[in-house]
Design a protein around this ligand. Structure first.
Ligand SMILES: [Fe+2]
Length: 340
């Protein structure tokens, strides 16, 4: 298969309060509004975004992932990706252009997640006081605290982790990089997929709810662990609780911290991690006791981390604190889930 996708370009989230959520991302996270469209959707960019934006906020009654957008490797790859998706029995829709990019193909995958693919894109170049002295930077480094450089990944939830990973590998060419399977039950609770050298730009956690198309979190990237620790410090100083971390994932070897936006959507900040260019990489299967999620294995992941969006109509087993697996899994002192 020719390489079809190059990287995650943006995520589009629904929030009940676009204005308040936008203010949070601007003030607490340090990303910047670049556009508001006729429907009131707000487009925000990090200082390192090569394109116009990486986050879109639109109004919705519940927090949710409206869509996740990947840039293809060429115009031909966009057509080929659409052809392969339709050959797999899914019909998407073409759109001539959207703010910041050209022709796109949007489809909803077998587990209910909407993905947008495009090739033509408007690159960003800051002018005036936004121009960087680094010619390769689209904009000067933000002086705001946290101020992530780029979007890193999105982690969705699906009722069948292996089924999801296999479909996106076979149809769109994602590489599967690692799995987490429970210690005492053959249940895959987490897998990571990538279109490039990172451990993942797409994660999938097990979803025991009845709602398709849910999301667990999306993640921004900062350059260094010091930046991440400072982000944690400043979030706390500003009254934004940290849900989990800072620590390091075994899978991907990335430093992490998680917090929530005002719609309750979970946001991760990442840094570090390996680069992997092996085209026929064989994914390892981790168990939670190996530190797949928290490599230091010295703290429990809060149960709140299993909450996905939009909320389940009925509380799922995991949200009530009962995880799949045996009693021994439940008593395991390490994290049972492999969230990353
Ligand atoms: Fe993550």
């Amino acid at each position: 298969m020719i390489k079809l996708l190059s990287h995650l370009s943006h995520v589009r989230l629904a929030t009940h309060d676009v204005e308040g959520t936008t203010r949070f991302y601007e003030d607490q996270v340090g990303v910047r509004t670049i556009h508001t469209d006729d429907e009131g959707a707000v487009y925000l960019r990090t200082w390192g975004d090569y394109y116009q934006y990486s986050l879109v906020l639109e109004h919705g009654d519940e927090p949710s992932l409206v869509s996740m957008a990947w840039r293809t490797t060429s115009a031909e790859a966009l057509d080929e990706a659409a052809r392969r998706i339709e050959a797999a029995g899914i019909t998407g829709t073409w759109k001539d252009s959207s703010f910041g990019h050209g022709r796109s193909y949007t489809f909803t995958g077998p587990y209910g997640h909407t993905m947008e693919l495009f090739w033509d894109v408007d690159k960003y170049q800051g002018e005036g006081e936004l121009r960087s002295i680094y010619p390769d930077r689209p904009e000067r480094r933000s002086r705001h605290a946290v101020a992530p450089r780029q979007l890193d990944h999105v982690t969705i939830a699906a009722s069948d982790v292996v089924g999801f990973a296999t479909w996106y590998r076979d149809v769109l060419g994602f590489r599967i990089m690692a799995h987490t399977v429970l210690e005492h039950a053959n249940i895959n609770v987490f897998s990571v997929l990538t279109t490039n050298e990172k451990s993942h730009d797409l994660g999938v956690v097990l979803d025991s709810s009845q709602r398709p198309g849910r999301v667990n979190h999306f993640a921004y990237w900062v350059d260094t662990r010091e930046d991440l620790l400072q982000a944690a410090d400043i979030l706390m100083e500003n009254g934004t609780p940290i849900e989990y971390g800072p620590s390091i994932h075994g899978i991907g070897e990335q430093n992490f911290l998680y917090f929530r936006d005002p719609s309750s959507m979970r946001v991760e900040v990442n840094t570090g991690g390996y680069r992997n260019y092996v085209p026929d990489w064989e994914p390892n299967t981790w168990t939670p006791s190996q530190g797949s999620n928290n490599f230091y294995r010295n703290s429990q992941m809060p149960m709140s981390m299993t909450e996905c969006f939009p909320p389940d109509a009925k509380p799922s087993a995991t949200e009530e604190g009962v995880l799949p697996g045996t009693e021994e899994d439940l008593l395991n002192p390490y994290n049972k889930h492999g969230l990353g």
